[in-house]
Ligand binder design. Structure first.
Ligand code: 5GP
Length: 267
């Protein structure tokens, strides 16, 4: 049996050498970590769901002209992607105050922001991914001014698109994290969207109940993370209703009945 060459193993994904030069295989694990890997666990079936959700989101972003690393899904846990040089920034978009923003500035979680915030964090586990200003990015040459311009304009378009996509399934996109990479063509390179977009890196709240449908269930020991991830996939039309399984631990019946539409009028 031929063994694949592992290029990189992260907290939630593994990258293997792809079938052709310039390609990689991205494998989605069930492993979950939080607080810079101080908390570790697994969310059963997460890799399968995130592979599907990320495929869906990247495909739809491709349709509106956002260049991405996604080529195609290969199987339940793997997708074929373009190899890029990852830009060492986590780009966070925020529509509603939550998480580290609320903690840092003392703003109550759930407070809508007057306009979308873009933040940049320097990707460095040893430093705990510190928040940085555009000045730091330019000063340390993590990316060029042109690349920053491309990143911020793509990030805003992605946020607008995803806010609408999730609102259509009664989910509020509170905040999320993006990563970008350089795709080389000889000496020339352009910036494309990389990594994944899934409930691991987004805050997704049910519009009607405020229920969290994302990794905060794991981070904050709320339970029901498998069901929450499946619920997002189900609302996106990626699972059959039967696939949501029997183990529901939180009540989304209100939102579900609204999604099905009003009951038929009595004669
Ligand atoms: P916060 O800064 O409030 O912790 O996170 C803001 C948003 O970015 C959240 O949606 C969170 O899931 C995402 N995010 C920030 N850092 C990371 C990270 O290292 N990994 C993942 N998966 N998501 C992150």
């Amino acid at each position: 049996m031929s063994r694949r060459t592992k290029i990189y193993e992260g907290k939630a994904k593994i990258l293997y050498e792809g079938p052709e030069p310039g390609t990689l295989i991205q494998y989605f694990k069930d492993d979950a970590t939080a607080f810079n890997a101080e908390k570790k666990g697994t969310i059963n079936g997460k890799g399968v769901i995130n592979n599907r959700i990320s495929e869906h989101v990247f495909t739809r972003l491709g349709h509106i002209g956002i260049p991405t690393h996604f080529i195609r899904r290969l199987n339940m846990r793997e997708q074929l992607i373009r190899q890029v040089e990852i830009i060492p920034l986590e780009v966070v978009l925020r529509n509603v105050a939550a998480g580290s923003l609320s903690k840092r500035l003392g703003i109550e979680e759930g407070e809508p922001l007057p306009h979308t915030l873009i933040e940049y964090y320097y990707k460095d586990d040893a430093l705990g991914d510190p928040l940085v200003a555009e000045e730091h990015i330019a000063c340390f040459n993590w990316c060029s001014n042109e690349e920053m311009h491309d990143i911020s304009s793509m990030a805003i378009r992605i946020n607008d698109f995803l806010c609408g996509m999730f609102a259509a399934i009664d989910i509020r996109l509170v905040d999320f994290k993006l990563e970008f990479g350089r795709l080389y063509d000889g000496d020339y390179s352009r910036v494309i969207l990389a990594d994944e977009i899934s409930p691991d890196g987004c805050r997704l709240w049910d519009m009607a109940t405020g229920e969290k449908l994302d990794k905060d269930r794991f981070r904050r020991d709320l339970g029901g993370e498998e069901e929450a991830y499946r619920e997002v996939a189900r609302r996106l039309g990626l699972l059959n209703n039967e696939d949501t399984g029997p183990g529901e631990v939180f009540d989304l019946s209100h939102a579900r009945s609204r999604l099905r539409g009003p009951p038929p009028l009595k004669k």
